[in-house]
Design a protein around this ligand. Structure first.
Ligand code: ASP
Length: 363
């Protein structure tokens, strides 16, 4: 669950990955500023090749709240997701395919607030949102408030490819997913004890009685809910794509739609830049966070690191919102700023070595 009040500014990460044979609009890597408190150069590689960037949600993620076992599970899941996407890209696959494959893996993990690990609404249900955008064509698809679609990111892609719409919601989205032959599950598939306990804690804070629930599976410790997932990819052809998937916020009103399925708010990709956000969705919608990062490159000529930093540590923080964004440009530059204690995040470049971080003091 995200903090209700803004937390202090945290260290962000920017990895510089110089690539060759890129789109004409790409800014040269030398234009990037040197490392600062908010833009640490995590790595530099001169090898040409694809890049994949992911997040697994931002929030109150501290070492004090983490067990060694849990941390290892997150790092392993993030690494597996990066390697999955990298395999697609290294095999000559499209950015869009890499984004979908990566997010599907994260949706299938109970660790993240997307797909299997989705948080509960105030009504004790799971309502999932997702979107995907193809930077090369500008096409996009999204679903909101789905309750039986196992992999909402695939439904989002199907909306993009099989309809003339961008966003389908609730029953209409479920019907479309069924007609498209996508995998549906009983809503109980999305139950995890950990997310259920998060809901009960939120209810307690509001003075409400606990909701009666399914039998407890004590294998997962109860802890704060966070873990929206996002992926950005730059393929060998120089095309970018972005995707985001979430269960939203614990204790949200039923019918509430966050930023993740809203193009421009939670997800954006164009020919220059791709971005995916995580945080208090209402702020991300009002500030059009993902599009704002990319627009600053286009309109102001900023570097990716400058643009992402201004949006998160400037606009979002000043508005009182919390969260973070991952961003990737056509030159392979990566930025991952956030204003929360931590953000599950990682990137992988041409060399296939996965870089994963969780806390604010990790580069
Ligand atoms: N942004 C998501 C939402 O508001 C939640 C999150 O990123 O944790 O639905």
């Amino acid at each position: 669950m995200h903090e209700r009040t803004p937390s202090r500014r945290r260290i962000a990460t920017a990895a510089l990955v110089a690539l060759t044979a890129l789109a004409a609009c790409a800014r040269p890597a030398e234009d990037e500023p040197g490392p600062t408190a908010d833009t640490l150069a995590a790595a530099a590689s001169t090898a040409a090749g694809p890049v994949l960037v992911i997040h697994g949600g931002a929030g109150t993620i501290t070492r004090a709240e983490m067990t060694a076992e849990r941390e290892a599970a997150y790092r392993a899941a993030l690494t597996a997701a990066l390697e999955t996407g990298h395999r697609v890209l290294a095999g000559g696959g499209a950015a869009l395919d890499a984004v979908e494959a990566t997010i599907r893996l994260l949706e299938d993990s109970p660790l993240f607030n997307a797909g299997k690990g989705a948080v509960f609404t105030a009504a004790g249900r799971n309502e999932l949102d997702a979107s995907i955008m193809d930077g090369a064509t500008g096409k996009a698809g999204a679903v909101a408030g789905v309750t039986t679609v196992k992999n909402p990111i695939t439904a989002a892609r199907a909306v993009m490819e099989q309809t003339w719409h961008v966003l389908l919601a609730a029953d209409g989205a479920e019907t479309f997913a069924r007609e498209a032959g996508l995998e549906l599950v009983d809503p109980s598939y999305f139950f995890t004890e950990r997310r259920w306990q998060s809901l009960q804690r939120e209810r307690e804070k509001e003075g409400l009685a606990p909701l009666p629930g399914p039998p407890a599976d004590r294998s997962l410790a109860a802890e704060a809910g966070h873990g929206t997932v996002g992926a950005l990819a730059l393929d060998a052809a120089g095309n970018l794509a972005a995707g985001t998937s979430t269960g939203g916020l614990t204790n949200k009103r039923f019918g509430r739609v966050g930023d993740s399925p809203i193009l421009g708010a939670g997800t954006w990709a164009d020919r220059r830049c791709a971005a995916s956000g995580t945080g208090q969705g209402e702020y991300f919608i009002r500030l059009t966070i993902a599009r704002d990062v990319c627009a600053r490159l286009e309109y102001l000529g900023l570097t990716l690191a400058e643009a992402a930093d201004q949006v998160i540590h400037g606009a979002l923080t000043e508005a009182g919102g919390t969260g973070g964004v991952i961003a990737l440009d056509a030159a392979g530059n990566v930025a991952m700023p956030f204003n929360t204690e931590g953000m599950y995040r990682g990137w992988i470049g041409a060399d296939g070595v996965a870089h994963v971080a969780i806390y604010g003091d990790e580069s």
